[in-house]
Ligand binder design. Structure first.
Ligand SMILES: [Zn+2]
Length: 262
């Protein structure tokens, strides 16, 4: 579709009144929503309408796709889209939802030479060329209910989708300028190396050591920490925080539940 027609259609969708039922679901399930400034809440609701008009949902293993499932996922995903022009995760067509973590065949390296194979429980996954995403509803709900535990499977998986917007799964999303790209790469390289070193020595870290897997996972877990533990991230990793803040054009310290709980 031509860009301008798509935009006109999206503007029409955004102008529809937001269903009361959906708002109730968000207020019940998505803890960060009530902490957002009113202007951001309005922007988020408009994004949710477009997102839900755009994406297909499919239930797996007996999971029903209700408005609660769709809206709870959409509200969290769309937090990543505020304050900048967006094409709504254009490579993602379908979201598959399982009731709880599901078993997947997996091969993963144990050391450089040994690969472990077998079935592993997962709560979410997506891939650059999949066109789809898998989420476990139980994990989606617990992630939405606690806005400051540093864990959010929806933010994590949709961060991967942002990473894919510039066609590579390399932990670098589409950045506006060359200068931004250079600064980003330098900071991410340093932070990734220090997470790997911490993981190797077993030192506890704020950023999930799953991020030591590769640059793409590093970006995804950093996004979880950015939105869920921004105050700690800013004080422990100021340069990483600053790059994420520039990219997202948001300062989650302002609406974080972290201090309220600390
Ligand atoms: Zn991941």
């Amino acid at each position: 579709m031509l860009g301008f027609l798509k935009e006109r259609q999206r503007n029409r969708i955004k102008a529809r009144p937001f269903p009361d039922e959906w708002l109730k679901i968000i207020k019940n399930n998505v803890a960060f929503f009530s902490r957002l400034p009113a202007k951001d809440q309005a922007e988020l609701l408009a994004h949710i309408q477009v997102f839900l008009a755009d994406k297909n949902f499919e239930g797996c293993a007996g999971q029903d796709i209700t408005d609660e499932v769709r809206v709870t996922i959409a509200a969290q995903a769309c937090l990543l889209l505020l304050h900048r022009k967006t094409d709504y995760f254009p490579r993602l067509l379908t979201i598959l939802v399982y009731p709880s973590s599901y078993l997947a065949d997996e091969q993963r390296p144990v050391t450089a030479d040994i690969w472990e194979e077998g079935k592993h429980a997962r709560s979410g996954e997506t891939g650059r060329t999949m066109g789809s995403m898998v989420l476990a509803w139980e994990t989606v709900q617990s992630g939405a209910a606690d806005p400051a535990d540093g864990k959010n499977v929806v933010l994590h998986e949709f961060a991967h989708q942002l990473d894919y917007e510039n066609f590579a799964a390399d932990g670098t999303p589409a950045l506006a300028t060359r200068q931004q790209q250079l600064a980003w790469r330098e900071v991410m390289r340093t932070e990734f190396a220090s997470l790997r070193a911490a993981e190797a020595t077993g030192i506890p870290t704020l950023i999930d050591t799953y991020g030591a897997t590769n640059a793409a996972e590093f970006f995804a877990v950093s996004v979880e920490a950015f939105f869920e533990r921004p105050t700690m991230l800013r004080s422990q990793h100021p340069r990483l925080y600053s790059e994420l803040k520039n990219y997202f054009r948001q300062d989650p310290v302002e609406f974080s539940a972290e201090r309220a709980r600390a």
